[in-house]
Design a protein around this ligand. Structure first.
Ligand code: ADP
Ligand code: MG
Length: 285
């Protein structure tokens, strides 16, 4: 099944209490929104999106946990932590050695990270023979997520068991997309996986939409790719797109986000607009 017929927030509120629509949120106590940021293609700005939206939500006073689910640990590194120097990481959580709370590290007042290390490469193999291996992250996050308004999961560039864990733990999935030829193929494969996850482990999973990243609005090609993806799969294309800017490449090297290194950059502002939308508020024009 493709993810095309879903719209953001249509499922999950009444039955599960997860991923409330805004109308629903008015009536109920706020619930943690857990969003997996996934695309099995590398270099499409998954990590940048998690770091930037996470930082923007934290700036807006939301309590945020970002989860690094990539053995390359780029998110961990870009938040100023040295993955090699960590005593505990998400690998230890997957192995059942510690609860998630033990491995969480504070980055700013409102922003925490569940960090990764290269050890996570061994996690997939270690999980292979475990019963209910798709549910390990969901179970681990259940212990900590009530302390947060948002949990954002940075997936690795694969559709392996770690990404299945993320999609099983999440209420929603956000798909960063670089608008280039054949980009639709990756989206199709990911939506097939979302369909599998809905059937097998998480029937409430909602596709939040496709986020255009590394966007060059001067080309008609980028817009044609987006129109094609939207037509083919019926997924929402989220607005505004994140324009390509060299400032994004500079920020992680300094252990900081573009939100602090180039606060008024259009890309930083676009990520802030998405953070506001996630909170159910519109950015000021
Ligand atoms: P992924 O996690 O999908 O592999 P990253 O977030 O690591 O992708 O981004 C890949 C590269 O692109 C990084 O060097 C990052 O700094 C850069 N990048 C991300 N977003 C932008 C952007 N809007 N403009 C320019 N470079 C970007
Ligand atoms: Mg990444």
């Amino acid at each position: 099944m493709k993810g095309g017929m879903l719209t953001p927030g249509t499922i999950g509120c009444l039955e599960t209490g997860r991923s409330p629509t805004h109308a629903c949120a008015e009536k109920e106590a706020p619930v943690t929104r857990t969003i997996a940021v996934a695309n099995q293609k590398g270099g499409v700005a998954k990590t940048t999106t998690v770091a930037s939206v996470g930082m923007a939500l934290a700036e807006l006073g939301q309590r945020v946990l970002v989860v690094d689910l990539d053995p390359q640990a780029c998110l961990t590194f870009s938040l100023g932590l040295d993955p090699e120097a960590l005593e505990l990481s998400i690998h230890d959580v997957f192995m059942g050695r510690v609860g998630a709370a033990m491995a969480v590290r504070s980055i700013t007042k409102n922003l925490d990270v569940l960090p990764s290390t290269i050890d996570l490469t061994g996690t997939e193999i270690a999980l292979h023979d475990r019963p209910a291996r798709e549910y390990v992250l969901r179970t681990a996050l259940a212990d900590v997520s009530s302390g947060y308004d948002f949990v954002l999961i940075d997936c690795s560039p694969s559709l392996g068991v770690l990404t299945i864990n993320a999609l099983t733990a999440a209420g929603e999935v956000l798909i960063p997309l670089q608008c280039e030829t054949l980009a639709h193929r990756g989206v199709g494969q990911l939506l097939d996986t979302v369909g599998d996850v809905r059937r097998l482990t998480n029937s409430d999973l909602v596709v939040l939409g496709v986020l255009p990243t590394l966007f060059d609005g001067r080309t008609t090609h980028a817009r044609a790719v987006l129109a094609d993806v939207s037509d083919r799969f019926g997924v929402t294309v989220l607005d505004p797109p994140i324009n390509r800017s060299i400032r994004f490449a500079e920020a992680p090297a300094s252990g900081e986000s573009i939100l602090t290194t180039a606060s008024s950059n259009p890309g930083a502002q676009a990520y802030r607009a998405h953070a506001l939308q996630l909170m159910g508020e519109e950015a000021a024009a």
